[in-house]
Write a protein that binds this ligand. Structure first.
Ligand SMILES: [Fe+2]
Ligand SMILES: [Fe+2]
Length: 230
């Protein structure tokens, strides 16, 4: 348990309470089918960055210029902090599964530490995507016609990530039950969940980096009020 807690403190997050995984999915997420078909090279698993023609303001506002820019307002800072939090959770939860699999932590200690944080991570990520899709992506698409393909790309990413989030959720529920009831094959469930978390985390990191490259330069260029963000 100490190892898990140390890892978490290092990540700088104190998550607090979140509902444990004792009941069915809290975040069932129904979305309409993706409207546009993106070319293969723009798909989440094929990309190593978002192309310059889509991130059309990236060279004018490189990452080094974001911190302290007068248009990097409260909304942008909060949103970037959420992204950092998701990256930290992905690393921390994966590390916890590795420690369980390696026998460095026992089942009950893992359960107490891991379950509320996994619940928080999956629920917050789902909510984050919904807010982006229903509120912020339309603002971005309206702000500049050149954003349209970028927004379609981000929505396509959400579909892929959501499928992987569901896989992780199912794995968390199975492992939670196995530990709580003392039944089930923890030796199989723990590494499977770790692998699913690694996949989710890798695709989420690609998405977050590309989303930031598309969105932050536009905010710095137009200002949050100019885009209707509040
Ligand atoms: Fe997103
Ligand atoms: Fe996001």
């Amino acid at each position: 348990m100490r190892l898990l807690r140390d890892t978490w403190v290092k990540s700088g997050h104190n998550v607090g309470w979140a509902a444990p995984f004792a009941s069915p999915a809290p975040f069932v997420y129904f979305r309409a089918a993706m409207a546009s078909e993106l070319p293969e090279h723009l798909q989440l698993d094929a990309r190593t960055a978002v192309p310059a023609e889509l991130a059309f303001l990236r060279s004018e506002y490189p990452r080094e210029s974001w911190d302290g820019h007068p248009n990097n307002g409260q909304w942008c800072q909060f949103w970037l902090a959420r992204h950092t939090m998701f990256r930290d959770f992905g690393a921390g939860l994966t590390d916890a599964c590795e420690k369980l699999d390696a026998g460095q932590v026992d089942g009950p200690a893992f359960h107490d530490w891991f379950m509320p944080r996994a619940s928080f991570y999956l629920g917050e990520l789902d909510t984050h995507h919904k807010v982006e899709e229903y509120h912020y992506f339309p603002l971005l698409a309206r702000a500049d016609p050149r954003m349209e393909t970028g927004v379609a790309l981000l929505e396509g990413d959400h579909h892929v990530i959501h499928d992987r989030l569901r896989l992780v959720y199912d794995g968390v529920v199975a492992l939670e039950e196995a530990i709580r009831k003392g039944e089930g094959d923890i030796a199989t469930l723990a590494p499977k969940l770790r692998d699913d978390l690694v996949l989710l985390d890798a695709s989420l990191r690609r998405h977050l980096d590309d989303e930031e490259d598309l969105v932050v330069p536009l905010i710095l260029d137009r200002g949050e009020a100019g885009l209707g963000m509040h």
